[in-house]
Every structure is written in C-alpha cells, then in structure tokens.
Design a protein around this ligand. Structure first.
Ligand code: FAD
Length: 254
C-alpha cells in the first residue's frame, strides 16, 4: 500500500526520507513509476513549499530545486538556459518537471543536468552540504538526502552553447545532448546520453586550445555510450564528434 506524506518544507521532508521513500518533485517520473507498479518504494514524500526561487548575486546564480522548466523559461536571470528548458518535453511536462528531478532523471533524460555539468554547478543539499555536480552525478544512485538548490558561478556572456540531437522535433527525447561552457579559462564540455549519467568530455576540453579538429578528435575519451531503442553505441560514437564540431564552429542550435 502506497502512502503519501506531506511536509511543509523540503528540510522537514528530508528528515522523513528512508530507503522505501521517494521524494515527489514535479512527479513526471515518480508518478510514471507508480503507474508502472514500481515496488521499490511504498512511501511518497512531498513538501508543500518547495523552493522555486531563481536569483543572481555578484558570485553567480542560485536555482531552487523546486523550480520548474517553465519557471526557468519565465526568468530573465537564466536566459542562457532557455534553449535547454524549452526542449524538455511538451508544455505540460515543462510545467511540472523540476530542476531537482532532472538531476536524477536516467537516460534518455537529464538534459538540464548535462547543461549544469558543463556550467560547473554545485548541488546544495537540504542539510546545507555542497557538492560539485560532477561527483554528485557519479554517485547519484547512492545519494541520500534531498537537493535544495543548485548554484552556478557567474556566467561569461555568450560562452554557453547547447545542442540536443533528437529524431523527433521539437520535443523528442535526446539521442545525445552536448553542452559547452567556453569560458576563457578552464572551458567545460558535457555530453548527455553518452554514459549512464551526463559525462564531461575531458579529452575535448584539454584539446580545445589546439582548435576544433583536435577537440572533436579527442571527444570520445572517457565516454561510454550504450545501445538502446533510440540509437546504437556505434551511431552515437560516429555522430558525437560531428555534432561537437558543429557546436564549436557554428554555435548552439535549438
Ligand atoms: C513525456 C515525457 C517527456 C520528457 N521529456 C524530457 C526531456 O526532453 N528532457 C529531459 O531531460 N527530461 C524529460 N523528461 C523527464 C522528466 O520530466 C524531467 O527529467 C524532469 O526534470 C524530472 O523532474 P520531476 O520534478 O518531474 O521529477 P520527479 O518525477 O518528481 O522525480 C524524479 C526523481 O528525482 C527525485 N527527486 C526529485 N526532486 C528531488 C530533490 N529535490 N531532491 C532529491 N531527489 C529528488 C525523485 O525522488 C525521483 O527519484 C520527460 C518525461 C516525460 C514523462
């Protein structure tokens, strides 16, 4: 029997989490799991006042984990993320899907998580602990506790690029995604659906200084694409460098 427990704040909800509990963000994936008869949880925990705030200060940007894709699209502070949020699901999904939930969304999802990985985000947990998004994603299956927010350091204007490669436009799921933050020092490139979680293309990052050709030639280093119903591993390995070259040469596409 499934029970639903409602708390006022995310912090209170966090203290009620156990192995058999699932936190409800927007519920786009949790409710699907309920419908499919997922037996791995029997408690749903939710907060009446999730943090949906989006704000900037001198050091950067803070996005509450309860902010939806539609909240992002309504905010001028995160205009650089609009090409990412706009291509997530259709309008109904965007009205419900949260930033926090996207960090846990398995393939073929996690488009925003890929962008946040490129942007060097920090994940702020409800207990106040901070974690770099790269290690958070690597350990997310073992993650305990709730995410309160993500923070992103101040963005250099025009330095963020994003590309979602899908077979069905405009709202198909991704064969792969690429996000690049081409800041002056320490540029970052992340791929979605080229591993079991979003991954950085560290070979490409290192080779960027030698030009686009060197970066694309090195981009598969450390990536572990799988074969699934959307594309084969071979196909993903063939097209990833092509799309990275286009992103670097031509800029982001929607
Ligand atoms: C039809 C459809 C189309 C979709 N298209 C896309 C797409 O194009 N791109 C894409 O990236 N995704 C897509 N998704 C997947 C999903 O909607 C998004 O990834 C969304 O951001 C998940 O957020 P949610 O709040 O709905 O998560 P939920 O379903 O509420 O939760 C998902 C998981 O995250 C956990 N969780 C949620 N919030 C927190 C938190 N604050 N702290 C800790 N754990 C938390 C939950 O416990 C659960 O395990 C699609 C889904 C559907 C059904």
């Amino acid at each position: 029997m499934l029970s639903v427990e409602t708390y006022t704040t995310v912090k209170e909800a966090a203290s009620a989490m156990t192995d058999r509990a699932r936190y409800l963000g927007g519920g786009t994936l949790v409710m699907r799991a309920v419908t499919y008869g997922d037996q791995s949880f029997d408690r749903i925990v939710r907060a009446r006042q999730p943090d949906r705030s989006i704000g900037t200060d001198a050091t950067g940007l803070r996005i509450g984990a309860g902010a939806t894709m539609s909240d992002l699209l309504a905010s001028r502070d995160v205009q650089f993320l609009h090409p990412v949020a706009r291509l997530i699901g259709g309008p109904a999904i965007r009205n419900m899907a949260t930033v926090g939930g996207n960090l846990f969304a398995a393939n073929p999802y996690g488009d925003l998580a890929t962008a946040l990985l490129a942007l060097d985000a920090q994940v702020v947990m409800a207990d106040g602990q901070n974690q770099p998004i790269e290690s958070f994603l690597a350990g997310r299956d073992r993650a305990r506790g709730l995410v309160a927010a993500v923070t992103v350091p101040r963005i250099e204007t025009g330095a963020f690029r994003y590309r979602k490669v899908s077979r069905v436009k405009p709202k198909g799921v991704a064969v792969l995604t690429i996000a690049a933050y081409l800041r002056r020092s320490d540029p970052r490139i992340a791929f979605g659906n080229m591993g079991s979680t979003p991954l950085r293309a560290k070979g490409a990052e290192r080779a960027l200084g030698q030009g686009t050709q060197a970066a694309t030639a090195a981009c598969l280093e450390g990536l572990l694409p799988a074969t699934d119903s959307l594309a084969s591993e071979w196909y993903r390995r063939e097209v990833a460098p092509v799309h990275l070259r286009r992103l670097l040469d031509e800029g982001g596409h929607r």
